[in-house]
Design a binder for this molecule. Structure first.
Ligand code: NAP
Ligand code: GDD
Length: 331
């Protein structure tokens, strides 16, 4: 019989890639969609008609219980979050409820439906929990043993989600694993994140639809991988006999300036400086200056390998956005 998976955050970047991947593996895929009229519903229905959408909200445990009773999942992937770090400074209490306590709601819903021994649980933890301050591991990068020091309401909420997942594993014997994922991007990335904001602006500048882009801090460094590679790691974690926590990362770190270099070169522009303006509105009250991950454990134990490299990912994103922007009329 086909396995069933229930995904929260189905309308997000990772939800899209994970649904594709699990469908390809023969899973029955259920996705939780929130809101009385979610504008992303039509996109999922059109592009991924195999996904069975269930209306629920991560802040409403009763709705999660009903979703679990309908889907009867073998695997529960909790991707739902308010995931934008900058925005989390604007709505910190909401982020605590959704990104933090939402994880507890999901775990409790599993227990209350009697699924703690049968449903495998994935929690979307993040490199933002490390915060970059204790960056004292030159050449090694953050691994599963590194110290946490979150630098945003988002990072703090995620750290709660991380520890409550570990606590339910230890307390109730749940097969609950946390993927500590470093930044992963791609053609499905939201336009509010820096890589997609750049790839989309570069495409529009190339097509004469825009003349510049406004950004915040250009010096921050991130360990950027491709989202399609990372959802494979999520699945691998839930196929192991024992639950555990794993870092997924590339082991390379690049500045936003380096991303700009490659993106603009893709459309034949060698000097991006005339096209980029700095705007303090995009700066954060506290910044994570550098993130570099060490995926050695995931590589050794899961056999996980990322396939797309940094230049390949930038190229893929810019080319995708040129296609997208060419297909829409001048605005
Ligand atoms: P994303 O594109 O921002 O998607 C977030 C998803 O959460 C959306 O489907 C959103 O639904 C849903 N959501 C928000 N509030 C909700 C609520 N109250 N109830 C139910 N669903 C809700 O994020 P992503 O990039 O796919 O990331 C997936 C997960 O991995 C997130 O938890 C993120 O924090 C984490 N993560 C991401 C990265 C990365 O680099 N992408 C790295 C580490 C960890 P709507 O569409 O309705 O808003
Ligand atoms: N979003 C954004 N917009 N970021 C900008 C901008 C801008 O205009 N200008 C500079 N930046 C800088 C940010 O200050 C940050 O240092 C870096 O670009 C990356 O920002 P984001 O793309 O918003 O991602 P993030 O690293 O803060 O968070 C993402 O990765 C985390 C994993 O490390 C999100 O996907 C999180 O949900 C995820 O947990």
């Amino acid at each position: 019989m086909a396995k069933a998976a229930l995904i929260t955050g189905i309308t997000g970047q990772d939800g899209y890639h994970l649904a594709e991947f699990l469908h390809g593996k023969g899973y029955e895929v259920y996705g939780i969609i929130r809101g009385q009229h979610n504008p992303k519903r039509a996109r999922v229905e059109q592009e991924q008609p195999f996904v069975k959408l269930l209306e629920a909200d991560i802040t409403d445990t009763s709705s999660l219980i009903r979703a679990i009773e309908t889907a009867r999942p073998d695997e529960f992937y909790n991707l739902a979050a308010i995931s934008h770090v900058g925005y989390s400074f604007k709505v910190p209490q909401l982020v605590a409820d959704v990104t933090g306590k939402g994880v507890l709601n999901a775990l409790e819903a599993i227990r209350l439906t009697g699924g703690e021994k049968t449903i495998r649980f994935y929690q979307a933890s993040t490199s933002e929990m490390f915060g970059g301050l204790d960056y004292n591991r030159p050449g090694k990068g953050y691994d599963e043993t590194a110290l946490f020091h979150p630098r945003s309401p988002y990072g703090v909420a995620k750290l709660y989600g991380h520890w409550i997942t570990k606590n339910y594993r230890e307390s109730y014997g749940m097969h609950a694993s946390c993927g500590i994922l470093f930044n992963h991007e791609g053609e499905r990335r939201g336009l509010e994140f820096v890589t997609r904001k750049i790839s989309n602006a570069v495409a529009r500048i190339h097509l004469g639809k825009q003349d510049h882009i406004e950004l915040g801090n250009l010096d921050a460094k991130r360990d950027w991988g491709y989202a399609g590679d990372y959802v494979v790691g999520m699945w691998l974690m839930l196929q192991q006999d024992q639950p555990d926590d794993y870092v997924l990362a590339t082991g390379e770190t690049h500045t936003i300036g380096e991303f700009l270099d490659l993106a603009f070169k893709e459309v034949g522009i060698n000097d991006w400086k005339p096209y980029v303006k700095q705007n303090p509105a995009f700066m954060r009250p506290a910044e994570v200056d550098i993130l570099l991950g060490n995926p050695a454990k995931a590589e050794a134990k899961l056999g996980w390998r990322r396939k797309v490299d940094f230049p390949g990912m930038v190229k893929l994103m810019v080319q995708h956005d040129i296609g997208l922007e060419s297909a829409t009329s001048l605005d």
